[in-house]
Design a binder for this molecule. Structure first.
Ligand SMILES: [Zn+2]
Length: 160
């Protein structure tokens, strides 16, 4: 279980459908107790001392990438690095044969969007203003990633 192979996160092409599928052995390292202790939103507290996504628990997060500030709160929504990413920006797009599969590195970005600082606030119960902030957070990060990928693509094309 601790011996995760170097190709732990890769994409493989489905031989039947031709679609690419993410194959992520490294996700096995995630803590399982989070799933077992999940409660309905109305049973959850507004703050959970053991939750890495609650304000004040940032030492449990790998890194905060983007934050939308709020008038009354230190932040309204944020994006953090994923402690167990399926896709990472460090690989390359070269395709290889692995047994019967065509495979490539698990290249990409896999981040966590923390939609609200309140532990028990979930999208279906948000006000329209809170939901708007979440959508703004998605949009900002998507735009940043697209600009980053376009800049990588254009510097790559200068070489060739
Ligand atoms: Zn929380």
């Amino acid at each position: 279980m601790n011996d995760i192979p170097s190709h732990a996160n890769e994409m493989r092409q489905n031989l039947v459908t031709g679609q690419w599928v993410i194959y992520a052995l490294s996700r096995r390292k995630r803590p399982r107790e989070i799933v077992e202790t999940r409660h309905a939103p109305e049973e959850q507290p507004a703050y959970d001392v053991s939750c890495p996504f609650c304000p004040g628990n940032e030492e449990m997060l790998p890194r905060v990438i983007l934050e939308i500030k709020g008038p009354d709160l230190p932040w309204q929504a944020r994006i953090a690095a994923n402690k167990y990413p399926v896709l990472t920006p460090g690989g390359d797009l070269k395709r290889t044969k692995r047994g019967i599969y065509t495979a490539m590195d698990g290249y990409g970005h896999h981040e966590v969007i923390i939609e609200n600082p309140l532990h028990n606030r979930h999208f279906p119960t948000m006000t329209s203003q809170e939901a708007e902030v979440v959508i703004e957070c998605y949009h900002r990060r998507y735009t940043e990633l697209m600009e980053m990928e376009m800049s990588i693509g254009s510097s790559g094309s200068d070489r060739g």
